[in-house]
Design a protein around this ligand. Sequence first.
Ligand code: HEM
Length: 484
Amino acid sequence: MTAPTAPTATPSYRTARAAGALPLLGHAPALVRNPLPFLRSLAEQGDLVELRLGPQRAMMVCSPELFHQVLTDTRHFDKGGPLFDKLRPFLGDGLGSTPHDVHRRQRRQLQPAFRPDAFTRYLAVMREEILAASAGWRDGAVIEVERHAYPLIARIITRTMFSADGSSAAVADIADAYPDFHQGIGRQMRSPFRLLDLLPTRANRRFRRACRIVGQVVDGAIADRRRGEDTGSERDLLTLMVAEGLTDREMHDQVVTMLTGGIGTSASALGWALHFLSRDEVLADAVAQEARTVLPPDTALPPDTGLPPGTALPPGDGSRAGAEAGPLPPLTLADVTRLDLARRVVAETLRFYPSAWFYSRTVTAPVELAGRHLRPGTPVLLSPYLVHHRPDLYPEPELFDVDRWLPERHALLPRQAYVPFGTGSRKCIGDVYALTEITLAVAVIASRWRLEPPPGPVPRHLVEPRPWTVIHPAPLRLRLHRRA
Ligand code: HEM
């Protein structure tokens, strides 16, 4: 057994037991019923706060330095804990779930799919899909944003990771099944009793159907690739994995991990970014102006779709009218980097509502954290949402303020205070990919459409955040106005 390490705590860390524990249930009801205000309240109580979740005790990390310590000290902390245990069955032995010793090899195998040179192809797909997704929108129509964001992001990831061409059934099937798949995982993560998940309710049946479709599509793509029937891929994820000698099972788990980690996170962030733009017309106009200056004209300006006015197409449907009007000039990562304001909108969105808002680790060897001795098996809880809403780090944290990300203000922020993609060796492998697709989508959509909340019973400024697997903006209905 490993000996306890030398204390790493500094006297300035405050530890506490969280207030408000109920008999037997402890803090579980607060965490399940109203997690965001509960998490915000913990930072006031200490840097490391002990929670009771039923009979179990867990340590909630509230300071950015401790957050960094837990994620970078791989000798004492590894994947595990209550949230991870619930997610694990869906991810198998993919990159996000394997223990550190296996993880290193896997990460090395998959990293080339996220190198900058892969982005030329990714950007072409991203642009084509973003243009196609909004090509069927009608001036004056009200859309439910997630019904468009999910298929868009699902189509992009399926096409880039599998190299499937846009018209393949696999792309449509994943885009169609993913919302039920993602919602089902979220429901099971929140569900206190396994038995409830087995009942033949409509939601459970839809979830099982979605699991079956996702599994079949992924296995079909792997089988095609093994038979050499790929779809003209260069160096996508499947090609890499075949070259690295992965088994079918390993490939399956990696692809499902990418889909699970990459769709709901990016789609909800895109939804929130559009929500924030819809509440600030001046900001939205500035993002539109920037996009028209930076991006090639065919990308940022309204295309002639060739469709009669009022033609609406289903979300994610192959309305390629705008996208296939002719060859578009190539788009580069440098173009996206020049979208300074759109990038700040996305950065602030991921501060405000970091999609991966809550996850966990387990202690693997005795360790001191903030002066507390932690035994192996102790669950450690981490919430980027909590860190991003600390008023000492982010003045007026409930204010959406893109100017926080101006270089002179950003420079004042402690390095560990912004963690939407985590940190250390388990930092999100898709961080640049996600930032690129969301920024591009925000810029292209804002350049063509002004979005505004429809009049109705929901107060204009209020969209209820639903912190499930990711923080959903629900219900988010926006009215479209075509920009001239
Ligand atoms: C806004 C979008 C995204 C956010 C906020 C996000 C956030 C995160 C976070 C916080 C982690 C670390 C979790 C931990 O340490 O336990 C992570 C890991 C991961 N993410 Fe993302 N992610 C996003 C998009 C993506 C995309 C687009 C992909 C794939 C194309 C992806 C694939 C993964 C994978 C495979 C891991 C596990 C990495 C490892 O353990 O080496 N994510 N993500």
